[in-house]
Design a protein around this ligand. Structure first.
Ligand SMILES: Cc1ncc(COP(=O)(O)O)c(C=O)c1O
Length: 383
């Protein structure tokens, strides 16, 4: 095709638009850190933890270096290890099961619900039975609030409680979403999130946070964050990590938190427009009752028999990028094939890995550009 006829490419996520909106506020916030030079454990870290606690309603917030560290630190704090089973959805980003495997425990993969993409409660029960049959102790469950929508926390919490397991909510993609009127960060024993730049609330590097109402757990997490430090700085009392969020990232997040609610509203407006424009053509994401989403991704399912690669190529030719989250569920990936899956297999995860595709989604996607995307989808499907 003649290059001059190619339509302007649409960004998949427009971090630059947000950067322009924030203007000098971020530069000034980072400038303050450069001025006081407390690059580690500076006052912005404490301020951010207080603001995140107020925002979610969690009593304690421990910021950390990434969403992966957030998951790992919790599992370390709870002594999860060899012989333990941790139930995870397979249709998720790899960090969910990876953190489990890093502790020496066994991730047991369970299936997800076809409409919400989140952990299916009946599949969780099957996974627990599988773990027991294999001689593992079911210790924890990690529901993931995938693509921004909260999981079914009541059903999962009830199953976990009956089994004496704790719930570690992986809200890496869903910080800001709520379930039955309560913000994520307050379900289960503890919640982990990520501030990776592409997340709905992202910093300008890696970052994460852990939320809990359990004072003892919060204290252990603060110790693990600094190599397992005890009250005597040079007597480390447990194994830990260099797991801190640095002060500059905290300063960035404080500024971004100020516009976050507004951005969530904008993301919801984008999702509504997609649903109106595409709902009669493809399977668009649906919110389960009581759940809200921050739309980390807008993931559609293509009609049976549709060639996904051809569909993506057709959109690309119109300047519309797409992404596939996730072309392989965790149990289908090389590093995780050896771990158990719940009895009955994971047919939904495998089907989703074959037919999902995500469209551009961010708070700055204006209506004319979005109509271009919708038209490209309709054209690609011959509608
Ligand atoms: C569901 C899920 N869990 C965990 C993580 C890990 O977060 P991070 O990249 O900050 O380590 C991610 C990040 O993409 C994620 O999507």
């Amino acid at each position: 095709m003649n290059q001059h006829l190619r339509p302007d490419p649409v960004p998949f996520i427009d971090i630059g638009a947000q950067r322009r909106r924030l203007g000098t506020s971020i530069v000034e916030a980072v400038g303050r850190v450069l001025h006081h030079c407390q690059f580690i454990n500076g006052p912005e870290v404490t301020q951010l933890e207080a603001e995140l606690a107020a925002y979610t309603g969690a009593k304690y917030v421990v910021t950390c270096a990434s969403g992966t560290d957030a998951l790992l630190m919790v599992l370390m704090a709870r002594g999860v290890g060899r012989g333990d089973a941790v139930l995870c959805p397979s249709f998720t980003f790899c960090a969910t099961g990876e953190a489990v495997a890093l502790t020496g425990a066994t991730p047991v993969f369970v299936d997800v619900d076809e409409t919400t993409f989140n952990m299916d409660a009946s599949a969780l029960k099957r996974g627990i039975a599988t773990a027991k049959r294999l001689g593992l102790k079911p210790k924890a469950v990690i529901p993931v609030d995938l693509f921004g929508q909260s999981a079914d926390h009541d059903s999962i919490g009830a199953i976990a409680e009956a089994e004496g397991m704790f719930v570690l909510d992986d809200a890496a993609q869903a910080f800001g979403a709520s379930y039955k009127g309560r913000r994520l960060g307050t379900f289960g024993l503890v919640t982990a999130t990520s501030f990776f730049p592409a997340k709905p609330l992202g910093c300008y590097g890696d970052g994460g946070a852990i939320f809990t109402d359990d004072a003892a757990l919060a204290a252990d997490l603060r110790s693990i964050r600094v190599h397992g430090q005890g009250s005597d700085k040079y007597d480390n009392v447990r194994l830990g990590l260099t797991g801190r969020l640095d002060t500059m990232q905290a300063a960035v997040l404080i500024e971004k938190l100020k516009i976050f609610e507004d951005e969530i509203a904008a993301r919801n407006a984008v999702a509504d427009r997609y649903a109106r424009g595409l709902g009669n053509l493809v399977s668009v994401p649906r919110l389960a009752s009581g759940c809200t989403s921050v739309w980390a991704q807008y993931t559609i399912r293509l009609p049976e028999g549709c060639d996904r690669d051809g569909f993506a190529a057709s959109l690309k030719a119109q300047g519309v990028p797409t992404a596939i989250y996730y072309p392989k569920s965790m149990h289908q990936q090389t590093a995780y094939r050896g771990y158990p899956v719940a009895d009955g297999g994971l047919p939904v995860s495998e089907k989703l890995s074959d037919d999902v595709i995500s469209l551009p989604m961010h708070a700055y996607l204006d209506e004319p550009v979005q109509q271009r995307i919708i038209k490209a989808v309709r054209d690609a499907l011959g509608a």
